[in-house]
Design a protein around this ligand. Sequence first.
Ligand code: MRU
Length: 369
Amino acid sequence: MKNILDYETVSLIDEDDALEIIDQTKLPGNIDIIRLHTGEEIWNAIYLLQVRGAPAIGVAAGFGLYIFMKYSEAETYAQFLKELREKSDYLNSSRPTAVNLSWALKRMEAHVKAVAVEKLGIEDEADPKGLFNREVLITEMREESQRIKAEDIDVCRRIGENGLTLIEDGYGLLTHCNAGQLATCKYGTATAPMYLAHEKGLNIKVYCDETRPLLQGARLTAFELQSAGIDTTLLCDNMSASLMKTGAINAIFVGCDRVAANGDAANKIGTSMVATVAKRYNIPFYVCAPTSTIDMNTATGDDIKIEQRKPEEVTEMWYKERMAPEGVKVYNPAFDVTDNELISGIVTEYGVIRAPYKENLKKMFDENK
Ligand code: MRU
């Protein structure tokens, strides 16, 4: 029988002009595969977290921009670019914190511009010689969006290999939220070292924080790790300090939505609490980040926009009846920022980057241009 890891998180269905995703709001009870045919549907799916996790959002947005532009009736290159930028801004407004979203959209636009020059010979946006060819640009957009997806798989695998060097036989590992296969196209980021450790026959135990309020840890991470046959234990978010104190945790791996140039890392709300407690108990705390999640244009964590979500996620969702008093004020940020001094290393596809992050992240980008 197929298990959750046999399904693609995000894929383009060419013959149906659609984006196919697993509706993650229904997991683990139902594996509902849905098809999205318009850019608006894709915006909505990202907003509602039917597709979620920074890399998967980026891949979905790339496909979304292609699907939007597939229906373009632009007759000039200038019109085409104007429409592309409008649609790109629209998709980018679906969620603000994960930089992979804007990263993928910018990459799509850059590719269109490069192809316009290299294949069509268009030297400037006004295209005075009338060399514009819509079909060529649209085909190229499809190919670029497929490349973003293929690279994500490769990058996650490499993060897994680099993260594996930090794991020993018998380790207890803790993770927060879902930075798993469901948040990417395969392997996940924080879970990639776990999948590879398991593949290699290492005896590991993984503890998953449930991750209030949307329960990505309980619904998604516990589900996918257990499906892989990994020894998985679920705990409420407020239990991780007591678990760390027992000595059961040897290392912590989390994902992230945006790493600033100084190494501060935004990830699911509660991550900074885990990192703070880990420091108290001398447990190494690793942030797994593809370079598409590292934003050298954001100086520090203070410059990262944090998504605020609806109060009902805290007061009503998952409860049979509303459990909080009517009218109570609710604090519901979706992410927090872990200060760089709490991070033992940032695991990227190019290796494990250590402090001082400002210098070493820059060096990594310079060496891998
Ligand atoms: O709100 P979500 O579920 O999209 O938040 C996801 C996370 O915080 C993940 O840890 C992060 O995006 C990294 S996914 C590899």
